[in-house]
Design a protein around this ligand. Structure first.
Ligand SMILES: [Zn+2]
Length: 215
């Protein structure tokens, strides 16, 4: 599935999503050209996927099916990892820990470091901790199935690394439930919504919401 950015504008009391440049748009409800007025100026909505190898110190979610894997039907196939400061993605699989420099080009990206906390020394420490943590006996190929039975596997590795760093910083650990509901679900749901609108736009040229009586 090829993906790109959507353009959103309001006309006839409706919200319209389409593809293309914000200049030269027309409203599918009334057929008129859309004027680039201040209030209803079209805005570009960027696809919520980024190149994970261009991130530093982030939690990444990707899919073996590319962008299509983020649609609702395929969500069980999602895979997660942690990037180091150079965009190398550490992730736990059935062959143990992989450190990948490719394969995460279409990822949901969750930054783990506040910009105020980001420094060269922090990044060096992060990389060192990530490498050390990856070498622990917990993350061997042989134990992958065992981990999976406890619902852990790739997510278990990523989250326990985050909690390892929090502990080093003297912070309280974050539970799986809280991390999932606060950080993961809002983003996977937004991505899934984006992609279903995008697919509709590809098939029909536009996607419209509202009944025409709106503001
Ligand atoms: Zn219109």
């Amino acid at each position: 599935m090829e993906t790109g950015d959507l353009v959103r504008f309001r006309h006839c009391g409706r919200t319209v999503y389409t593809l293309g440049s914000p200049a030269g748009l027309w409203c599918p409800a009334c057929g008129l050209a859309v004027r680039l007025g201040l209030m209803e100026a079209p805005v570009r909505i960027r696809i919520p996927l980024r190149d994970g190898h261009r991130t530093a110190c982030c939690f990444l979610i990707t899919s073996r099916f590319g962008a299509a894997g983020f649609s609702e039907e395929n969500e069980s196939e999602l895979h997660v990892g942690i990037s180091n400061s150079k965009g190398v993605v550490f992730n736990y699989t059935e062959s143990g820990i992989r450190c990948q420099q490719q394969g995460w080009e279409q990822s949901i990206v969750i930054p783990l470091v506040a910009p105020s906390n980001d420094s060269l020394s922090f990044r060096m420490l992060w990389d060192e901790q990530l490498e050390t943590y990856s070498r622990l006996n917990t993350w061997t190929a042989a134990r992958f199935q065992e981990q999976r039975e406890f619902g852990s596997c790739c997510y278990g590795f990523a989250l326990s690394f985050i909690n390892h760093v929090m502990k080093e910083e003297g912070k309280q650990p974050i539970s799986r439930e809280r991390f999932t509901s606060q950080y993961i679900l809002p983003r996977t749901e937004a991505t899934s919504r984006y992609l279903s609108v995008y697919q509709h736009v590809c098939q029909h040229g536009h996607y419209m919401t509202g009944d025409g009586d709106g503001p």
